[in-house]
Design a protein around this ligand. Structure first.
Ligand code: UT7
Length: 332
């Protein structure tokens, strides 16, 4: 009998209605639509509005859409993992809040925080539970309300990020399709270039930290760019070599959407053309943990059973990695 693999058997996404355009940002900070598009590829991003709304609301909407599409009751979910960098609260885990909101009474849940690589870390973790035979239905959510930690007076960060969430269902497969391999890496020394200065245990929130705007994303863009462009490209090439794949074998690259130039460099290193690259950064910006599942959701109808797909990400930590999937189903 074939080895049991974890297969993605459904995907769904949610983006908030409010569209924050480059034109609107031109009024808020000293920037231009032309600068943003040339340097990042972003035209607009979505923002979650509404008192008390958090990452869990977008995650719950994505999971409910997924369950409805699959005809599955929430009580059938065994485990829900939420990859997020903007949890509703420091604790409890956003996964617990989502399971409550959707009525997944039989699921346990926990969060994974690996910044922009969180979704592929969570997917890999979930894969191991399926391969071990522990659980049959695992939902992996990736989502962020980045607008909750962005300083809309800082032109170097506010133009990049947006809000959104996606969710995938993982189930056992014995037909060789599913998640084949993953390579995950991290280097904590990179934290100096990308972090949130206050609100954690080393610098709890105080009047001073709020006045100093230390609860917002701090990013040294160029330093992060240099690491991202090299490491996301290298790890994507590494997973291809490890699995004896050449460019022609790859149906799709699903890259984290941080900057179109980083995505182009990754595709070029893999030797694949832009027609095989999922790209929605122009519409949503960088939704951190949401980027990869949102791409899968939007491209689902074009994916075919047996397609070789590489997911690749790079983010704060630093964290980075790649996942190799043989897609498990045709969309009817
Ligand atoms: O997903 C998590 C991981 N994060 C990333 O992967 C992000 C990686 N970094 C990047 O994508 C890019 O570094 C940025 C998009 C953040 C910035 O692009 P850049 O080409 O690296 O620009 P830069 O930081 O080198 O800035 C170039 C110039 C500077 O002006 P001077 O010093 O040359 O006069 C900036 O002050 O552009 C200026 N600048 C802006 N100008 C207009 C920075 N932000 C803006 C802006 N509008 N929004």
């Amino acid at each position: 009998m074939n080895k049991t693999r974890a297969a993605i058997t459904g995907v769904f996404g949610y983006v908030p209605d409010y569209v924050l355009t480059n034109k609107e940002l031109e009024v808020m900070v000293d920037t231009t639509d032309e600068w943003i598009q040339t340097r990042t590829g972003i035209q607009e991003r979505r923002i979650l509005k509404g008192e008390g709304k958090g990452t869990s609301d977008m995650g719950a909407a994505a999971v409910l859409g997924l369950l409805a599409k699959k005809g599955i009751d929430a009580s059938e979910i065994d485990l829900l993992i939420c990859a997020t960098t903007t949890p509703d609260m420091q604790f409890p885990a956003t996964a617990n809040i989502i399971t409550d909101k959707i009525g997944a009474k039989n699921a346990f849940g926990f969060d994974i925080n690996a910044a922009c690589s969180g979704f592929i870390y969570a997917l890999t973790t979930a894969t191991k539970f399926i391969e071990a035979g522990s659980y049959k239905k695992i939902v992996v959510v990736g989502g962020d309300k980045m607008s909750s930690i962005i300083n809309y007076e800082d032109r170097t960060t506010c133009i990049i990020f947006g809000d959104g969430a996606g969710a995938v269902l993982l189930e056992p497969s014995t037909d060789e399709n599913g998640i084949v391999d993953s390579i995950l890496k991290s280097d904590g020394s990179g934290r100096i270039h990308l972090h949130q200065k206050a609100g954690g245990s080393s610098k709890p929130a105080s009047h001073e930290t709020v006045d100093a705007k230390e609860h917002y994303v701090y990013q040294e863009g160029q330093s992060v760019y240099k690491f991202a462009v090299t490491n996301m490209a290298e790890v994507s090439a590494e997973i291809m070599e490890k699995n004896h794949l050449v460019a022609d074998d790859i149906a799709w690259l699903v890259p984290h959407q941080a900057n179109k130039r980083i995505i182009d460099a990754t595709a070029s290193r893999m030797g694949i053309g832009s027609e095989k690259v999922m790209l929605n950064i122009h519409k949503y910006g960088n939704t951190t943990n949401g980027t990869i599942p949102l791409c899968l959701w939007e491209w689902e109808s074009q994916l075919k059973k047996g397609d070789n797909i590489v997911l690749a990400a790079f983010g704060g930590g630093f964290t980075w990695g790649a996942v190799y999937i043989k897609w498990a189903y045709d969309t009817k």
